[in-house]
Design a protein around this ligand. Structure first.
Ligand code: G6P
Length: 617
């Protein structure tokens, strides 16, 4: 969603700001803007609806220069994506700011401010922050006093990450509550420079060293250094982290899109994730702990049931995991969508482990669900997350980090299979803790990355099939058992990136509704395992065929299913292993979504209206 970037340096901030915004694009947005202090210290704003490249064009035409500066990519919530609603917002030429999050009491504040005579220039909730801050008393030539600014921010309800710039003051303020914000620290020739970013990805070309602001923190950055004040106004230090992420991981390499690159990175993402959780083939408790492996083992040994909660693709990973956890650890499992769970009053049975899964660790609903779970009497909270600096990673009791690396395509691919790998490790760890067999399954994990590679080799065949699907306007996905959540994920991928209507049903539900949609020419996609459910699925396929539906089947060759009139078959690497199957069938469905979208000419890496991490409710 929205992205913040700020630069405090002795050089012109504009190119760095535009570079930072380009790296925030992947989060999803619909307008962009920046503000700098010009030579004489006056505030200059430049904003544009549309893409960062539109802002770049404007910046070049305007020859805007200055330092320090702040910049923003906006994903519209309050008010349409127009130049006026784009951030930064300013008032009276004294102060400009950019904001991520939502101010829930903005209407009340706005009414008060209008009564005081404030004039509004946008429809945004953000503009009330500018007017509130502008009231702060400040001395001659000095900027907003940090403590006074914090007191003003204390009146805001909702969430914010802010970067603030003031006329005549070569200083930046950064503050957060509920929305992530990092401070990057310049190194080498750039020592003494500071960068503000809502996302680590945008810092990577400039620095590998950063610190994470905590909720309630306000940072004051100027030529003398960085001073951080906590919510109570006390001067504090926050630990500096050095990331090992490679700045080149932001490039698309030889691939046309991040999504395609990330699909092909899956063997590596799965390998790295498995390696993090296994030692000599044995699942370890230590990588799941936040410090004390013995405590983790003690908790895991007590688990009697699990409750898995997530959003989007991560929710589909949880659905797959429920099959594994039931089968291998014989533990009852419930799976919920975070936005539903957070408003329920759950009955928590004794010794239930709460598991939340999130690529970004910043999804608002998943965080709210976690915070609710912490009060609800669960045995413990466990997070599976791909982002070490995220709120979720810091707030769970037990944490496992997936090793997918940076994922920039809005539609999640490698983070999904890495989550599946993590959930396999969890299933085995719990099976082991409960004295159930785990060794043979763990041994098979070693082959998983190589088998995934086999699956990715189907790309050409999938590409050939994409043309017919690209011309359809409605696609039905069906699945059974372990491959039902994989089919659901396939439908979600296709919808996200190709904008085609795609929906998924359990194949057994066909006669309870979706069969009414099937008529000659309707496209149906089905992943098919060679297992005990095959005869049932075959019957469903016949029902579709009898009504003229045209099917694309991803099948284990041993099913004997072959191309025929109205049926195209793609052979997926055969497997009997229930850990392998979802990971072998998911990538071909991702590739299908990608190639259909490519034919339809959509914005694959940044699909319209969608955001990489949904940081507001
Ligand atoms: C957004 C993204 C999806 C992602 C979902 C959950 O909708 O576009 O790709 O699956 O959020 O995100 P999380 O970071 O919590 O896994």
């Amino acid at each position: 969603m929205c992205g913040i970037f700020g630069v405090l340096a002795r050089r012109d901030a504009v190119p760095l700001l535009l570079g930072g915004l380009a790296l925030l694009e992947y989060r999803g947005y619909d307008s962009a803007g920046l503000a700098v202090l010009e030579e004489g210290g006056a505030l200059r704003l430049l904003k544009s609806a549309g893409k960062v490249k539109d802002l770049c064009r404007k910046a070049a035409a305007d020859a805007i220069r200055g330092r320090p500066g702040i910049a923003h990519t906006r994903w519209a919530t309050h008010g349409p994506p127009t130049d006026l609603n784009a951030h930064p917002h300013a008032c009276g030429g004294r102060l400009a700011l950019v904001h991520n999050g939502i101010i829930e009491n903005h209407e009340v504040l706005r009414r008060e401010q209008v009564r005081r005579g404030c004039r509004f220039h946008s429809d945004t909730d953000t503009e009330v922050i500018v007017h509130e801050l502008d009231r702060c008393p400040r001395g001659n030539g000095t900027g907003l006093p940090p403590r006074a600014a914090q007191e003003v921010l204390g009146r805001l309800e909702g969430s914010y990450a802010l970067a603030i710039l003031e006329t005549g003051n070569r200083r930046l303020l950064a503050a957060r509550r509920g929305s992530p914000l990092l401070i990057g620290l310049g190194c080498g020739a750039a020592a003494g420079e500071y960068y503000i970013s809502s996302d680590l990805a945008a810092l990577l070309p400039l620095t590998s060293r950063y610190l994470v602001l905590e909720d309630g923190d306000l940072a004051e950055l100027d030529e003398e250094g960085a001073r951080i004040y906590d919510a109570a106004g006390r001067r504090v230090t926050r630990p500096v982290t050095e990331t090992r992420l490679d700045p080149a991981s932001s490039d698309k390499g030889p691939h046309g899109h991040h999504m395609l690159k990330e699909i092909h990175e899956q063997p590596q993402a799965v390998r790295a994730t498995l390696e993090a959780g296994l030692r000599a083939g044995v699942p370890q408790a230590a990588p799941w702990s936040s410090g004390d492996p013995e405590e983790t083992e003690r908790i895991l040994a007590q688990v009697r049931r699990l409750h898995l909660v997530a959003c989007g693709t991560s929710y589909h990973a949880a659905l797959v995991a429920a099959y594994w956890l039931e089968k291998h650890a014989r533990l009852p499992c419930r799976v919920d969508i975070a936005s539903e769970f957070r408003y329920r009053d759950p009955v928590v049975e004794e010794r239930t482990l709460f598991v939340c899964i999130s690529q970004s660790g910043e999804t608002a609903d998943t965080l709210a669900a976690l915070r609710r779970a912490r009060e609800a009497g669960y045995l413990a909270t466990l997070g599976i997350c791909n982002t070490p600096q995220s709120a979720l990673a810091r707030e769970v009791q037990l944490l496992f980090l997936t090793r997918a690396g940076l994922e920039r395509g809005v539609a999640s691919t490698k983070a999904f299979t890495a989550q599946l790998a993590a959930l396999q490790l969890l299933s085995l760890l719990l099976a082991k803790a409960r004295g159930r067999p785990w060794e043979a399954t763990a041994r098979n994990l070693e082959r998983l990355p190589e088998r995934l590679r086999e699956s990715l080799r189907l790309e050409q065949r999938i590409k050939d099939c994409a043309a017919t699907l690209a011309a359809a306007d409605h696609i039905l996905f069906l699945g059974r058992g372990l491959l039902l959540p994989v089919a659901m994920e396939g439908a979600l991928k296709l919808k996200e990136v190709s904008y085609l209507r795609a929906e998924c049903y359990p194949a057994g539900e066909l006669k309870h509704g979706p069969l009414a949609l099937v008529e000659p020419g309707v496209r149906v996609v089905v992943p098919v395992l060679n297992g005990e459910l095959l005869p049932k699925l075959r019957t469903n396929l016949e029902e579709v065929k009898a009504r003229g539906g045209e099917m694309l089947l991803f099948v284990d060759p041993r099913t004997g299913l072959e191309d025929q009139q109205g049926v195209r078959v793609i052979h997926v690497p055969p497997t009997e292993d229930d850990f392998q199957a979802p990971l072998l069938y998911a990538p071909p469905l991702q590739l299908l979504a990608y190639h259909v979208a490519l034919r339809r000419g959509t914005d694959i890496d940044q699909p319209r209206n969608l955001a990489k991490s949904v940081t507001v409710e």
